[in-house]
Design a protein around this ligand. Structure first.
Ligand SMILES: Nc1ncnc2c1ncn2[C@@H]1O[C@H](COP(=O)(O)OP(=O)(O)OP(=O)(O)O)[C@@H](O)[C@H]1O
Length: 228
């Protein structure tokens, strides 16, 4: 299913999951940065790929961890009756290997992203920070500023994926660089693994929706689907 005309021209991109679209006030908003965070294998990458797959327009996908899988995207396309080749050709993949490359890639997007693009994904924004033990949150803030510029000037949706760490003070899983990202991502979605086959999305913050909303979903050949 391709995005309908109203979705293409409108302010939101469908997630392809009714419950998630409703949770997000219609879908993933253009001109805004959405942060999706959670533990590994909760469906964050699948979510971002699916939004790119199901909506008109090209996708700039910054893959810092090798999580983007062309095979998986092709499988999702086929399962939905879409042409896998066409689906793959929508995605422009960037693979920065360290923090410096990541900065350069994100900066370069300013000249690459044009009106043909509907989505920019950074998956994940913080992996290289964690790997390099960096505490340079100023640099992270600058990258988010560029992403915000892209969102607003180029009218695209921006999804930044983030991971969690165990905070011993609160004995809970917290998003990496929580405050730096929290200031600059207006919509925040947390994914959790509930039990085998069932995932949970919690709306932690939104520009115009109440926080705390919960939606169950599952992961299948198609990608993410509503779970009863
Ligand atoms: N065809 C499929 N059917 C059902 N589940 C699948 C299928 N393909 C992948 N999965 C499941 O999807 C999960 C991985 O999803 P995804 O890579 O989106 O998670 P993630 O949150 O991005 O993880 P990470 O933080 O490790 O990158 C795994 O549990 C995997 O088993």
């Amino acid at each position: 299913m391709k995005g309908s005309k109203s979705e293409v021209q409108g302010m939101v991109l469908t997630t392809g999951v009714k419950g998630l679209d409703e949770l997000l006030g219609g879908g993933v908003a253009r001109r805004v940065i959405l942060q999706v965070y959670g533990p590994f294998a909760t469906g964050k990458t699948t979510f971002a790929m699916q939004v790119g797959l199901l909506n008109e327009g090209k996708v700039a996908y910054v893959d810092t961890e090798g999580g983007f899988s062309p095979e998986r995207l092709a499988q999702m396309a086929r399962s939905r009756g879409l042409d896998p080749e066409k689906a793959l050709s929508k995605f422009i993949i960037f693979e920065p290997m360290d923090l410096n490359e990541q900065r350069r890639v994100i900066s370069k997007l300013k000249t690459i992203v044009d009106e043909k693009f509907s989505l920019v994904v950074v998956d994940s924004l913080t992996a290289h920070y964690r790997a390099e033990g960096s505490k340079n949150y100023g640099e992270l803030a600058k990258q988010l500023q560029v992403l915000q510029w892209l969102a607003r000037r180029k009218n695209v949706a921006v999804i930044v994926i983030n991971q969690v760490y165990h905070d011993s003070n609160s004995n809970s899983l917290r998003p990496i660089a929580e405050h730096t990202l929290g200031y600059r991502t207006k919509d925040i979605l947390r994914f959790e693994k509930l039990r085998v086959g069932v995932r949970l999305a919690v709306l932690e913050r939104h520009r115009f929706r109440p926080e705390g909303g919960i939606v169950y979903f599952k992961i299948t050949d198609k990608g993410l689907e509503d779970s009863k």
